[in-house]
Design a protein around this ligand. Structure first.
Ligand SMILES: Nc1nc2c(ncn2[C@@H]2O[C@H](COP(=O)(O)OP(=O)(O)O)[C@@H](O)[C@H]2O)c(=O)[nH]1
Ligand SMILES: [Mg+2]
Length: 332
């Protein structure tokens, strides 16, 4: 009944919800992530309240083909950070599913050992329908987890392709995961995923071919052009299932973080991603204010002119933009 207390908006008392999330109450954290997923109008108030708590947690992303071991690795990392006494947040992002948790059922099983740990927050998020798409939803969900006072957030992407690259843009350190026997080396290069890796992990080192995969990857990394002072992404082999080599992965992540801090790049990365977030929200707002132009009467008239050669499509587009901006509620 606290949700309908005085001062509430749309049935949700935002101040109370934010206060409870700050105390680390899992239900409140879950509700805030749900608001992010659905791009609820209350988000404005939530994000304003969370802003002073932003930017404390170190954020790492784990990406790679389905089945490569992202969830198992995430679980192993959670264990390692808990042993170091750190509080950990996990955000599983599934851009392809309208329902959070749909494709993540198996992952829940792999995260089971942490489910009852009060210092571990595990949330999944879908982003369909979000005003600024994944580019805005991911940083907002990260801010929610950040506000709970976690030291580290691990983002696991369920999707492949463009969505992985978008999520990689929202973290401090990106781990690209590969495993032997999946033809991953070639796949990764094709998907442009090699460029986004700050650390490369070869999981399933207990399997045949792991050493060859690591060697192939090291060669590819060595071939890339980079300035003398630039970070050279390490290739770390480990077995997420047995835990062998996970300490090396933790060390590689810490080294990358130290590199970003020492070279003054951490702030730069965060500024760039805040810019991407603002841009995504601003374009979403513009699109919402302009509305659906398909079937717009002005478009129909212009289309007829272009079809009969009375004008060209560029001129028509310019006129449509002028008309749309003129009718949208935007302050110049
Ligand atoms: N042999 C072996 N199997 C692993 C290892 N890590 C994960 N797996 C298995 O690989 C499968 C996919 O793992 P999962 O973490 O769900 O991959 P994701 O789809 O990338 O999240 C599961 O059956 C895991 O048990 C490992 O280090 N060695
Ligand atoms: Mg998974």
């Amino acid at each position: 009944l606290t949700d309908s207390a005085a001062g509430s908006k749309g049935g949700v008392d935002i101040a109370d919800l934010v206060a409870r999330a700050r105390e680390g109450q899992p239900r409140a954290v879950g509700r805030l992530v749900s608001l992010v997923e659905s791009a609820a109008p209350e988000l404005r108030e939530v994000m304003a309240a969370l802003a002073p708590d932003s930017g404390r947690a170190y954020v790492m992303g784990i990406t790679g083909a389905p089945g490569v071991g992202k969830s198992t690795t995430t679980s192993a990392l959670v264990r390692a950070y808990r042993e170091l006494g750190q509080r950990v947040g996990v955000l599983a992002v599934d851009p392809s599913s309208p329902f959070s948790g749909g494709a993540l059922l198996g992952d829940r099983v792999r995260m089971q050992e942490h489910a009852t740990d009060p210092n571990v927050f595990i949330r999944s998020m879908a982003s369909r329908g979000h005003l600024g798409g994944l580019a805005a939803a991911t940083p907002q969900a990260l801010r929610v987890l950040d506000a709970t006072g976690v030291d580290v957030v691990i983002v696991e992407t369920v999707g492949v392709g463009q969505s992985e690259i978008e999520v990689a843009a929202a973290v401090d350190t990106t781990v690209v995961l590969l495993a032997p026997g999946m033809g991953d080396g070639i796949q990764a290069a094709k998907a442009g995923i090699l460029e986004i890796g700050d650390v490369f992990g070869v999981n399933k080192s207990d399997r045949e071919g792991a050493a060859a995969t690591a060697r192939e990857l090291r060669n590819m990394v060595a071939l890339a052009d980079r300035a003398a002072d630039q970070w050279v992404p390490p290739v770390v082999s480990f077995s997420a299932i047995s835990g062998d080599g996970i300490a090396d992965l933790v060390a590689a992540l810490a080294a990358h973080r130290a590199h970003l801090v020492d070279s003054d790049q951490l702030v730069g990365r965060r500024v760039r991603r805040a810019a991407a977030e603002i841009e995504a929200l601003a374009l979403g707002t513009l699109r919402a204010q302009i509305g659906d132009i398909h079937g717009d009467a002005r478009l129909e008239v212009l289309a007829r002119d272009v079809a009969v050669g009375a004008t060209d499509a560029y001129s028509a587009a310019d006129r449509l933009v002028d008309a749309l901006i003129g009718s949208a509620k935007i302050n110049p």
